[in-house]
Design a protein around this ligand. Structure first.
Ligand SMILES: Cc1cc2nc3c(=O)[nH]c(=O)nc-3n(C[C@H](O)[C@H](O)[C@H](O)COP(=O)(O)O)c2cc1C
Length: 372
């Protein structure tokens, strides 16, 4: 029997299984006010009804300037808190735990949304609704505007914004907070020597490059108390010589755990474009396994995990404590229920509305289902 559907307890939160939803930007806030509405209720609500253990809502900006695009969700004000609360409350009726990914896009901010706008990409200028970007250094992401290097006061302000956003998220009812420190966004920009050439306390040594992340983790932990799990999403490697790598990732994960992080959501890449990545089914699993073994922390793996057998193998072999899914669970929001059905696990949280869709259980005889 697989342990994929075993609950996991992290701090005060019981998560019903180890099949989790990865954060996925929807670029859907056409009002450009960061407030999630019907789409998020239906999109994430379907995954909650579909049996996911934990759903991490998409990269949500801690400030307007931190958005990747104007169509992003936010968590910098009360209207956004209220919008999220509706989604969280519904997910809870379905037994799913809810998390939110707190994000600042840094030098990758102020871009065209992923869809619409005639497919335009790259930086949105002021006349189009964009804004000036910031980063650790004045080094641009390929094809994007040159950011202004943050001064120390600017860095402290962003730490405070992450903390305030986490407090707001807890007030909205989120069970879990995730910090986006991956995919080339602001925190990763500080971690990686590719995008950080500072010579002050936030650049140079690993300790200095990790300072922003550690201040955010410690600050959030101090503000939200001991009960709420804190996840950090890290790109374990830039896939570049002289870039960020697995060893730095494991070291910083250990430091982050010491100041209050609980789970490491291991992804990869994103610091610059055009880097060859060895994409294949489960290609990031070895990275999660490495961090788990080296840093002795709880990890999740993500990336081309698309079948129930594959997900079960990753958890059962101890390579990661949970798996996250993005594209497959978007194609089939009820994937966790499907996986339980396929693996013959009686999970006990089929929505009553769907109980008959779960028949016949494995080994049972088919009968007529045309009544009602
Ligand atoms: C539509 C879409 C939006 C995404 N948005 C985010 C995001 O907001 N934050 C993040 O860390 N990763 C984001 N990702 C990456 C996913 O979380 C995930 O790591 C990636 O899709 C690999 O997993 P998969 O193969 O299961 O899709 C996004 C991916 C997709 C497909």
């Amino acid at each position: 029997m697989t342990s994929l559907f075993d609950p996991i307890v992290i701090r005060d939160v019981v998560i019903r299984n180890r099949l989790w939803v990865a954060p996925m930007c929807q670029y859907t806030i056409l009002e450009w006010d960061g407030v999630p509405r019907e789409w998020h209720l239906v999109h994430l609500g379907a995954m909650a009804a579909g049996g996911a253990g934990l759903i991490i809502a998409e990269a949500s900006a801690v400030s307007p300037e931190g958005r990747i695009s104007p169509a992003d969700t936010g968590i910098w004000n009360t209207d956004q808190l209220e919008g999220w609360k509706r989604v969280v409350d519904f997910a809870h009726t379905q037994g799913a735990a809810m998390g939110i990914q707190l994000a600042h896009a840094g030098r990758k901010a102020s871009t065209f949304p992923d869809w619409g706008h005639d497919g335009r990409q790259g930086t949105m200028v002021k006349e189009e609704g964009g804004w000036p970007t910031v980063g650790p250094s004045g080094l641009s992401y390929p094809g994007h505007a040159v950011p202004t290097a943050l001064d120390v006061a600017g860095i402290h302000k962003i730490v405070d914004e992450f903390i305030a956003a986490a407090e707001r998220a807890v007030r909205a009812g989120f069970d879990v907070i995730e910090i986006h420190a991956a995919h080339g966004y602001l925190v990763h920009q500080f971690l990686s020597p590719i995008s950080n050439d500072r010579t002050d306390a936030y650049g140079g040594s690993l300790e200095n490059r990790a300072r922003l992340l550690l201040q955010i983790v410690a600050g959030i932990r101090g503000a939200i108390g001991e009960g709420t799990p804190l996840v950090v999403r890290l790109s374990a490697t830039d896939y570049l010589d002289n870039g960020w790598d697995e060893i730095q990732t494991a070291t910083v994960a250990e430091w982050a755990a010491e100041v209050g992080a609980d789970v490491f959501d291991i992804s990869s890449g994103g610091i610059v474009s055009g880097v060859p990545i060895p994409v294949a089914p489960g290609y990031q699993v070895p990275l999660a396994a490495f961090v788990k073994e080296s840093a002795h922390v709880i990890t999740t793996s993500v990336g081309l995990i698309t079948t129930s057998a594959q997900a079960a193998e990753i958890v059962d072999s101890g390579k990661a404590d949970a798996v996250m899914m993005g594209r497959e669970i978007s194609r089939d929001p009820h994937f966790p229920l499907r996986a339980a059905h396929e693996l013959g696990v009686d999970v006990g949280y089929w929505p009553p509305q769907y109980v008959r869709t779960h028949w016949p259980k494995v080994g049972q005889v088919e009968s007529a289902f045309n009544d009602g």
